[in-house]
Design a binder for this molecule. Structure first.
Ligand code: HEM
Length: 333
């Protein structure tokens, strides 16, 4: 955990410093750059020797094409470009897998390489490459979406932002951010839950029916695919009072609306639930708390006025990319 914290902090600092020296930028792109580098270093275990910008570009083309219909392999369509991007991405990731095969490590790829099934068999190279494609996407795009939504929410709720800044000061004083501080940042934790509730980065999750089941008058047979929507679930008024209102206190005692029976633990499902719960939840929240803590305590983030259209492409993001200026010093003007 400490190593993850140290690397995340180092990468976040470097990215925020670069952004502050250039001042203007698209917040979503800046967060994507940042989360991509963290993913590359801590999930794939690559430090140098890989063109991260190119890898990210391929990943973006793949993400854009994945939601494009009709799915016809014509080179100039988003879907056709996505197929070519996937080929090159796999080529590059195969290189990473080969370079890593003989170096044991505890990052996600290192664990996958070391994994053995009951018969002692390891994952094949193709399977490892497939896993890397999933992790490359899932491991950064979603967290960038969450950070962009956080930036927008705090622009629109200045009193809440002031409370978060006070909390940083109360918990840390003048001390540099340390791993132990993160557990004490209750308001920030509640805020990230409210971001997850109101703007879940992933709109739809699927489950396969294994046994016949009755649900609200419908009988679902085995083999049926069922989709559930975190976005819609999080707006059920019987669970979350006044659901369209940004209100992080709903996650704090005594309310703790997400823990109330009979819906807990499936009331807040931005990271999914049950056996297929997101494997990167703790990683993503650690990362989001580090980025948010540094921005709140050491910078001023000024998101431009306007009401950007939010789209799922395929994760939720503001269509404008969220133009913003980052200034050094929390009270900079
Ligand atoms: C804010 C950030 C994130 C959000 C909102 C998020 C959300 C989700 C959701 C909703 C699912 C589907 C769960 C289900 O079907 O019930 C999922 C699966 C997954 N996530 Fe995340 N995720 C995030 C970050 C990450 C990170 C950082 C990683 C990797 C380091 C990651 C890796 C995965 C993987 C591999 C799966 C597939 C798990 C499976 O099918 O068993 N995610 N995530």
């Amino acid at each position: 955990m400490q190593r993850y914290f140290d690397v995340m902090l180092e990468v976040t600092r470097a990215h925020l410093e670069r952004w502050a020296s250039e001042r203007h930028g698209l917040a979503l792109e800046r967060f994507r750059d940042l989360t991509f580098e963290i993913m590359a270093r801590l999930v794939l275990g690559v430090d140098a020797g890989l063109d991260l910008a190119r890898l990210r570009q391929l990943n973006d083309e793949l993400a854009r094409g994945a939601i494009f219909f009709p799915r016809v392999d014509v080179p100039f369509t988003p879907y056709g470009k996505a197929l070519r991007a996937l080929d090159e991405l796999k080529r590059q990731l195969r290189g990473v897998v080969r370079a890593r095969r003989d170096t044991p490590s505890t990052d996600a790829l290192g664990r996958l390489i070391a994994a053995r099934d009951e018969s002692g068999a390891a994952l094949s190279e193709d399977e490892l490459v497939e896993q890397c494609v999933i992790l490359t996407f899932a491991g950064h795009e979603t967290t960038a979406s969450m950070l962009a939504s956080l930036a927008l929410a705090l622009r629109d709720h200045p009193p809440w932002e002031a409370r978060l800044r006070d909390e940083q000061h109360r918990v840390r004083g003048e001390a540099p951010l340390a791993l132990a501080h993160l557990d004490e940042l209750d308001l920030l934790d509640a805020t990230l839950k409210e971001i997850e509730r109101m703007w879940p980065p992933i709109s739809m999750c699927q489950r396969g029916v294994l046994e016949p089941i009755e649900f609200q008058g419908y009988t679902l047979d085995p083999g049926t695919t069922v989709s559930y929507s975190p976005w819609a679930s999080h707006r059920i008024a019987e669970i979350f009072a006044d659901p369209d209102r940004f209100d992080p206190e709903r996650f704090l005692a005594p309310r703790r609306e997400h823990r109330a029976a009979p819906h807990a633990p499936y009331a807040l499902v931005g990271f999914g639930g049950g056996a297929r719960l997101c494997i990167g939840q703790a990683f993503a929240l650690l990362e989001a708390k580090i980025v948010a803590s540094l921005v709140l305590s050491e910078y001023a983030l000024r998101v431009e006025a306007g009401d950007p259209r939010l789209k799922y492409v395929p994760t939720l993001h503001p269509e404008s990319g969220l133009p913003a200026t980052l200034l050094r010093g929390p009270s900079a003007t």
